[in-house]
Design a protein. Structure first.
Length: 97
C-alpha cells in the first residue's frame, strides 16, 4: 500500500521550472524566432529592441503558457520588458501557486 501512495504522490507532484530553466527556454525561443544564435540574446535588452511586435509577443506568451502549464497575460511583456524581468516575475508567481 505504501508503494502505491508513494507512486501516486510522485505522479501528482510536478516539479516547477527554475528561473534558470525559464530563462533558457525564453532565450532559445527568442533566438529561434529571430534566427540567431542563443548567445546573441541579451536578457537585459527590451523585447521591442529585438523587433518583437505584439503578434510575436502574444505567440511567445502563449507558447510559454503551454510550457509552464499556467495562465500568462500577454501584456506581461510590456510590464516586464526584458527576459530578465519577466523571468523574475514568473518564477516568483509560480512559487506562490
Amino acid at each position: 500500500m505504501q508503494n502505491l501512495e508513494t507512486n501516486t504522490a510522485q505522479i501528482t507532484t510536478k516539479q516547477l521550472p527554475t528561473a534558470t530553466e525559464i530563462q533558457a527556454w525564453m532565450v532559445a525561443y527568442l533566438a529561434d524566432l529571430l534566427e540567431v544564435d542563443p548567445d546573441e540574446i541579451d536578457v537585459t535588452i527590451p523585447f521591442d529592441r529585438y523587433g518583437l511586435d505584439s503578434s510575436a509577443a502574444v505567440g511567445m506568451t502563449g507558447d510559454l503558457e503551454d510550457w509552464l502549464e499556467t495562465d500568462i497575460d500577454p501584456t506581461l511583456l510590456y510590464d516586464y520588458p526584458t527576459i530578465e524581468a519577466l523571468v523574475q516575475h514568473l518564477s516568483s508567481q509560480l512559487k506562490t501557486k
